[in-house]
Design a protein around this ligand. Structure first.
Ligand SMILES: Nc1nc2c(c(=O)[nH]1)N[C@H]1C(S)=C(S)[C@@H](COP(=O)(O)OP(=O)(O)OC[C@H]3O[C@@H](n4cnc5c(N)ncnc54)[C@H](O)[C@@H]3O)O[C@H]1N2
Ligand code: MOO
Ligand SMILES: [Mg+2]
Length: 410
């Protein structure tokens, strides 16, 4: 059995980041990963503009204004947002201006409306002196044309979407997403719509793994249920290997008479790098690489138990997909945090044990609460609401309530 950290390293070493890219509509780019760096095509702001509704003035004209001795200026133009000012402000003049509008030539300061009083039709009293250049957002003060905005490998979240739109990128070059084939092995499996005969169970792994792959940024290719029949399994595995970047099969990786996956991987010419890991749940994990001149596939033979399959995905497959996808190294590390456990955590000490439950931020501290019910790798029911796994290291039998524990955020 490989230690977990060693298995992680071996798995990451099997994965090459994708180089293929595609150009997509910005509107469809949420959570995609940038494949080219983006430089600013404009100055931000594009021109000096007002941060307030008010009046554009020359600071020198109004520096001595007080409520008792307000300075009166003639309002010579009105400048709403989107309008190009037509005249230069002279001494003794002001322009009515609104938030986001271009500051006219000759003006250097904005006085907010609340510090003014409009008199007659075309005059305004400045009742409180502004500070010089107040409320002017200066051209290029955030970023200048040609400045780097976003680096290769950036995930496009709401801020990055705004930046790309603002700089006029309506199409973006992103890495293509990994195609991940999912197949469930087992004579006992049926789809959720089929009635259960004695001995049968629903293939829940197919759905769990498809959801996992989608969340991890991959494209799930659901290949359905394959019976424990060596020829049929060989055909299905071979098809999966030829059509995807990753294959996730569940079941058939332990030592039972119908556990064929490892033998078939070897027969198909796979380079088997992982056979078992000292992790609970998820010990019988088979990982193999298939490589030809033009493509490489990493095959994960995951254990059939529903919790074991998901824990293997969260702990290992997630990192592999992230590395493939073009994220920088700092972004495909497991998300560890330290939390206080609300209950005692126990383990058998021979394998690194992952216990599932809920992580909450309470009064500024992370707290981990174990899922109620059996922590058993066949118990998918109490997985509901799981957002974190607490880790009990090898040779530790118990972590007492109130103590710190290392937690993997999912
Ligand atoms: N003699 C030993 N037996 C087992 C060992 C061992 O070391 N020695 N390891 C146990 C551990 S740990 C695990 S984990 C499982 C792994 O089993 P397999 O990967 O071979 O999976 P199966 O035998 O096919 O199924 C196990 C279990 O999971 C259920 N299952 C399978 N596929 C699905 C699915 N798609 N959806 C829902 N549930 C599924 C299946 O019905 C079985 O109950 O081996 C132990 N045995
Ligand atoms: O590893 Mo098994 O995953 O303990 O149930
Ligand atoms: Mg088995």
């Amino acid at each position: 059995m490989l230690p977990v950290s060693q298995a992680e390293q071996i798995i990451l070493d099997l994965v090459q980041p994708v180089s293929a890219t595609e150009s997509i509509d910005l509107a469809l780019a949420t959570e995609r990963i940038l494949a080219t760096s983006i430089d600013s095509r404009l100055d931000f702001p594009h021109w000096d503009n007002s941060a307030m509704d008010g009046y554009a003035v020359k600071f020198a004209d109004v520096r001595s204004s007080t409520p008792k001795h307000p300075i009166t200026l003639e309002v010579v133009e009105e400048i709403p947002a989107g309008y190009q000012p037509q005249r230069e402000i002279q001494s003794g003049e002001a322009a009515r201006i609104f938030t986001g509008a271009i500051v006219p030539a000759g003006a250097d300061t904005i006085v907010m409306q609340e510090h003014t009083q409009r008199v007659q039709k075309n005059f305004v009293k400045i009742q409180i002196a502004p500070t010089a250049r107040s409320f002017v957002r200066q051209r290029g003060e955030y970023s200048r044309t040609g400045d780097p905005l976003l680096a290769v490998g950036t995930v496009l979240n709401p801020p990055e979407m705004a930046i790309l739109a603002a700089t006029g990128c309506s199409q973006v070059e992103v890495y293509r997403r990994p195609r991940v084939a999912i197949l469930s092995t087992g004579d006992e499996l049926v789809t959720p719509s089929q009635p259960l005969k004695p001995g049968q169970i629903v293939d829940s792994n197919q759905y769990a793994l498809a959801a996992f792959v989608t969340q991890a940024g991959g494209i799930p290719i659901c290949m359905g249920i394959i019976p424990d029949d060596r020829a049929k399994l060989t055909a299905a595995m071979s098809e999966a290997i030829s059509s995807a970047d990753f294959v996730l099969s569940t079941g058939g990786v332990s030592v039972g008479d119908y556990d064929y996956v490892e033998a078939i991987l070897a027969e198909l010419g796979g380079d088997i790098q992982v056979r078992a890991v000292a992790i609970k749940p998820g010990k019988p994990l088979t990982v193999a690489k298939f490589e030809t001149e033009d493509r490489a596939v990493v095959y994960f033979g995951l254990p059939g138990n529903p919790v074991s399959a998901l824990v293997s995905c969260w702990r290992f497959v997630k990192l592999a997909i992230a590395k493939f996808s073009g994220l920088p190294e700092s972004k495909y590390q497991p998300a560890w945090i330290e939390a206080i456990t609300t209950q005692e955590l126990t383990a058998d000490s021979k394998r690194e044990t992952y216990l599932w439950g809920q992580l909450e931020l309470i009064n500024g501290r992370y707290q981990f609460s174990l899922a109620g019910g059996a922590q058993n790798s066949a118990n998918l029911i109490n997985l509901a609401g799981t957002n974190a796994l607490a880790v009990v290291p090898i040779e530790i039998y118990s972590i007492e309530a109130g103590a710190a524990v290392r937690v993997l955020v999912l």
